[in-house]
Design a protein around this ligand. Structure first.
Ligand code: GLU
Length: 361
């Protein structure tokens, strides 16, 4: 039976799903994922794919005589591997009479609201015209500290930006375990509710081909679920996994993050993923901290501010810092840094960050 409640799903496919032991793209796994995606489409779900695998695939194709530094290696391998990857997807979808298109992005391309809306428009126009977007980071130019932590982070941003009902993160394990996955006593945690903290169970191992690991998956999944989007971490190498999860055809062993009941606004969703672009920090006192983290919607007022760091313009993203130095959230500031500094501690002033432009972690 078709599950209801979402029309759009973002599916992130990790390098470990697509690449075999030698790093070569595994045609049978890829064609299985394409077949499943087609089935979802036929069942009325709009699918957006976020696919890794460029670097792993390029590495298996290009033989390099001299040792390359890590940036050059990533540029070389991704340039070749991305071409291979998208070619394979194109041919596989074509067999079903479906057209897919490539979207290569960078974190910088999402850094301002205009850039963000532009990127959103690109994917909307593709979907409207029946084209399946296949997104990856542009690894050939995205080499500074301002790159995505990994494609899990990118997929979280895309799910949020595109108002997806579900984000499915496919890797080569069944989900988050309550112990080490190789331990026979460990089992998959089937459901994570808001506020559950299972990070203590998660090891810090990285994926063997990609940049991600279970800890970033968990962090991103929790954040996206808090925005009202269902997130599932599942094994992409298992046959029929996607219809199992999204159409409820079979009982699938995976980890589901239950979404917050009240989805947040579009602007807040953008702000929620903007921490990496923050231009400054606003330090708040205990009173302001309590107001911001309490149940009632509160704006950030100058009276609760103790210090302002950095140079920023009106409309920039800033971080909000608790008295103990931890980050409480992010927001879009309504004045530049000079005026913000002048207003520190003053009563009766307009909010520095209005509630509508505030995202508390
Ligand atoms: N964009 C990288 C690739 O296609 C993957 C990044 C990641 O591992 O998440 O190879």
């Amino acid at each position: 039976m078709m599950k209801t409640g979402f029309k759009r799903a973002v599916i992130k496919i990790g390098s470990n799903v697509l690449a075999g032991k030698d790093g070569m793209l595994d045609t049978s796994v890829m064609s299985g994922i394409v077949d499943q995606t087609v089935r979802l489409r036929k069942a009325g779900i709009e699918v957006i794919l976020v696919s890794s695998g460029a670097v792993a695939s390029g590495k298996s194709i290009v033989r390099c005589d001299r040792k390359l530094d890590s940036v050059s290696a990533r540029q070389l391998y991704s340039s070749v591997g991305q071409a291979r990857l998208i070619n394979m997807y194109y041919e596989l979808f074509e067999r079903h009479g479906i057209v897919c298109g490539q979207v290569l992005t960078t974190k910088e391309s999402l850094s301002t609201r205009d850039h963000y809306l532009n990127q959103q428009n690109c994917m909307n126009v593709m979907l409207e015209n029946g084209v399946i977007p296949i997104i990856n980071e542009n690894d050939t130019i995205s080499v500074t500290e301002l790159m995505f932590t990994d494609n899990d982070e990118l997929s979280g941003m895309v799910a949020s930006m595109m108002d997806a009902g579900s984000l499915i993160i496919l890797s080569n394990v069944d989900g988050i375990y309550n112990g080490h996955p190789s331990d026979p006593g460990a089992s998959v945690i089937r459901e994570i509710r808001r506020g559950d903290d299972v990070s203590g169970f998660i090891g810090t191992e990285k994926s063997s081909f990609g940049r991600g690991g279970m800890l970033t998956k968990y962090r991103i999944a929790s954040k996206v679920a808090d925005e009202g989007i269902e997130v599932v971490i599942a094994n992409g190498r298992k046959a029929g996994i996607l219809p199992g999860i999204l159409l409820g055809e079979t009982d699938v062993c995976c980890t589901r993050f239950l979404p917050a009941a009240k989805p947040i606004s579009h602007v807040k969703k953008w702000i929620a993923h903007s921490d990496g672009f923050a231009k400054g920090c606003i330090h708040v006192n205990d009173g302001a901290l309590q107001a911001l983290t309490g149940d009632k919607a509160s704006s950030l007022l100058p009276v609760g501010v103790t210090a302002v760091d950095g140079d920023f313009e009106k409309g920039d993203i800033v971080r909000i810092m608790a008295p103990d130095g931890t980050v409480v959230g992010v927001g879009k500031i309504s004045s530049d840094s000079v005026r913000a500094r002048e207003s520190i501690g003053l009563k009766g002033r307009r909010p520095l960050i209005h509630y509508d432009y505030l995202y508390i972690d």
